[in-house]
Design a protein around this ligand. Structure first.
Ligand code: CDP
Ligand code: MG
Length: 718
């Protein structure tokens, strides 16, 4: 058991406020559901400043709103704006979120608050899922999705207001979006200024009609599909107190602070360093359960795999407790959780039970869950990391920043005094970075560069980024796009490949794989492979049943590698569902879940992959790509993998490790790969994982000669 020593709170004085405790969960329900929602809304700190906020938005085209997590920014401000008439003329209020789950859960909540059906007045749109209609006026979406929308509607003409929420997260998409919004806002203002006087007739709906003799702005109107261009309001919302960086970027933009309310949170650190934070987290959960007063526990973990393994371990441990002490109910929240399960996290635990919420970083500021009194913070987060010299991107588990640790502990003090258990020593806290480095400084940029180019932004080095990525990173990503054939040697988007790649909502390398697959007659297989590679681990290997799990996996394993193995799993699930095509949807899901359990397959991941598959199938169909199968000719499919992923080829070294050809990195095959013990000379891989070792995952055997044949522009020169 990690022993805890109470220490001083690092974040100084927190104000007490006992006025509005809105935890009504366990109180008798005196009001109707709607009245209760209304009461909750009225009690939010933001409710008292509605009028002032609207005035600020009217006065300023760019406004920065800073407010404590849970003060009501995300759910309330769009409704205030709607009520104040910002959606006149059929315009929308767009709210971007860095995370899919936040976009979905908040949209559901706001639809509920407005008493409307989701997808009507209030809707959401995330990659592979669009729940909006022509009547949608408040639209929640991911920041990445709005960037994609800009490809079709470059002046974002359907929006009167864009709210960039959670801007402090500084995801790469948020950063690029800020640059884009700055441009769009300028163009729209200029256009309106130039066209509100003589020479233009107005249509009855107010839209400015085109002048006879075309000028450049006419093409602007065309791209807006005839929609009336109004000034664009931009609101940047952040939970971090430091609004300076945003204000400076937007030329000294106005920032307003919303007074939050926060109860004191006692912070505890472990006395000894912890070697296994998952074990420590489980021990701490049970320690709190047996020693502390009622109240829900929020545990921060790094991803789906960790969450699922901790969930299982909690269930195992509960079995060993006496009946009356088993009253823990677990819920989880992470980005790929199917949307119908996401709202479970907001529901109160059964009476007398303690809810344990296992969450990724998403619960840090994006999603506010009521009822939390205890926070367990292992002090780590999964983050992207990029080496521009080697061109290798990986997801690694790194220590949080101080700002993140403070945000996390704050989650315990929203409704009353709380406690936060940091699973590391106090001396470690002092060593943490103050704040997290923006993602744009630590990721592969080929995706955003491709999109910027498709938006007509030619000079990537000259783009007005809020924080410039390194020249080396831009250069490496541009080189990669040239090698993939998306750009010409003159750095122009190639036709048709570059345009097709920009249209697909996938990483450029996967888009290229699909385009090539249509030429190699194996697009059916590649669609499955790309969908399966887009989700976190299809196979589940519980520590206590490792042998059974590995035996089950052998039934699907292909000697040629993981890609074909994943395809086998997908096709087996297809057969199962086809066999049961007569039964109802619910029953089919149950059958699939049972089959997954028996085969140690993660049913959530598989269902997510099936969704992605049908979405990208539709995309490639619309693009007119030829969808056919290579049947038993798996050689053709592997050749296609080599042609697409040639930048991820590796050669066997005499001592048994592999050397990645593009980066020179010496890597090992991950033990979960079906090729773990392979003797193959040449392979391609899809994922680079850096833990204590450098591993590669999702691997297929290829013939080294294919590289010079299929990627001569790269390998013939080497
Ligand atoms: O954006 P900010 O962190 O300022 O707050 P918010 O997300 O607008 O949340 C305001 C309130 O709505 C909180 O009390 C949340 O617990 C509640 N909420 C909820 O009950 N269910 C949701 N799906 C989202 C928010
Ligand atoms: Mg929010």
């Amino acid at each position: 058991m990690p022993s805890m020593a109470q220490t001083q709170k690092p974040n100084g004085n927190l104000s007490f406020n006992h006025t509005n405790n809105n935890n009504n969960n366990n109180k008798p329900n005196f009001f109707s559901r709607r009245q209760k929602i209304l009461e909750q809304r009225k009690s939010l700190p933001i409710a008292s400043v509605e009028r002032r906020l609207i005035e600020e938005v009217r006065k300023h085209d760019i406004l920065i709103i800073v407010g404590e997590t849970g003060s009501g920014k995300t759910t309330q401000i769009p409704q205030f704006l709607f009520n104040a008439g910002f959606c006149r003329d059929g315009k929308c209020i767009g709210v971007t979120q860095p995370r899919r789950v936040a976009a979905v859960t908040v949209a559901k909540r706001v639809a509920d608050e407005c008493g409307v059906e989701l997808g009507q007045k209030v809707g959401y749109s995330i990659r592979f899922e669009d729940v909006t209609s022509s009547s949608t006026r408040i639209k929640y979406m991911t920041d990445g999705l709005l960037l994609r929308e800009a490809l079709l509607d470059p002046y974002l003409s359907r929006y009167s207001v864009i709210i960039v929420d959670e801007a402090h997260e500084r995801t790469v998409h948020t950063d690029v979006l800020l640059g884009l919004l700055k441009r769009v806002q300028n163009v729209r203002s200029k256009y309106i200024k130039d066209h509100t006087s003589v020479g233009h007739k107005r249509a009855s709906n107010g839209a400015i009609l085109e002048k006879e003799n075309a000028d450049p702005s006419i093409s602007i109107l065309k791209q807006c599909q005839g929609r009336k261009l109004t000034p664009l309001k931009v609101i940047i919302m952040s939970a971090s107190l430091d609004a300076r960086v945003f204000s400076e970027y937007f030329g000294g933009a106005r920032a307003v602070h919303i007074q939050g309310r926060q109860f004191p949170v006692d912070v505890f650190y472990t006395v000894d360093p912890q070697t296994d934070y998952l074990d420590s987290a489980i021990v701490t959960i049970f320690q709190i359960h047996s020693e502390e007063a009622p109240g829900d526990i929020l545990v921060f973990l790094t991803g789906q795999e960790e969450i699922e393994s901790v969930e299982k371990q909690i269930q195992e441990n509960l079995k060993q407790l006496p009946e009356d002490r088993r009253k823990i109910s677990t819920v989880s929240i992470f980005s790929s959780l199917p949307s119908e399960q996401q709202m479970r996290v907001f529901a109160p635990a059964p009476a007398g039970f303690r809810k344990v919420i296992l969450a990724t970083n998403i619960a840090e500021t994006s999603v506010t869950i009521p009822g939390i009194k205890y926070v367990i913070d292992p002090g780590v987060v999964k983050a992207r990391s990029y080496d521009p010299v080697k061109g290798m991107e990986s997801l690694i588990i790194v220590p949080t920043s101080k700002a993140q640790a403070i945000q996390r502990s704050g989650r315990a003090g929203r409704e009353g005094p709380g406690k936060c258990f940091r699973l590391y020593r106090e001396s470690e806290f002092e060593k943490l970075e103050d704040s997290t480095k923006p993602e744009i400084k630590r990721c592969n940029l080929s995706n955003v560069i491709l999109q910027l180019k498709a938006l007509g932004i030619d000079d990537i080095f000259g783009f007005d980024f809020i924080e410039k990525p390194s020249r080396a990173a831009i250069k490496k990503s541009v080189e990669e796009l040239i090698l993939l054939g998306a750009f010409t040697d003159e750095y122009k988007l190639s036709d048709p490949v570059g345009h097709q790649m920009a249209r697909l909502p996938l990483d450029p390398i996967y888009s290229k794989a699909l385009i090539l697959a249509s030429q190699f007659n194996c697009l059916e297989e590649m669609l499955i492979a790309v969908a399966m590679l887009s989700v976190e681990s299809i196979f589940y290997e519980p520590r206590e049943k490792l042998d059974e799990a590995r035996t089950a996996k052998k039934c699907f394993a292909s000697p040629e590698g993981d890609h074909l193995t994943l395809i086998n799993v997908y096709r087996a699930s297809n057969e199962l569902l086809e066999k049961n095509s007569e039964v109802g949807k619910e029953k089919r899901i149950k059958i699939l879940r049972k089959w997954c359990k028996e085969n140690f397959i993660n049913s959530r991941s598989l269902r997510h992959a099936r969704d992605i598959h049908s979405q990208i199938w539709r995309h490639v169909e619309q693009m007119g790509l030829c969808i056919s199968s290579c049947g038993d000719d798996t050689l053709q499919f592997r050749r296609c993998l080599a042609a697409a992923f040639f930048l991820n080829a590796a050669l066997k070294q005499p001592e048994g490790t592999y050397r990645a050809l593009a980066s020179g990195e010496v890597v090992q095959i991950h033990p979960t790969s079906v090729l773990f013990r392979t003797k193959a000379d040449c392979i391609i891989f899809n994922e680079f994982v850096k833990t204590t070792n450098k591993y590669i995952r999702n691997i297929t055997i290829i013939d080294g000669f294919w590289l010079t044949e299929l990627a001569p522009h790269y390998y013939a020169k080497q």
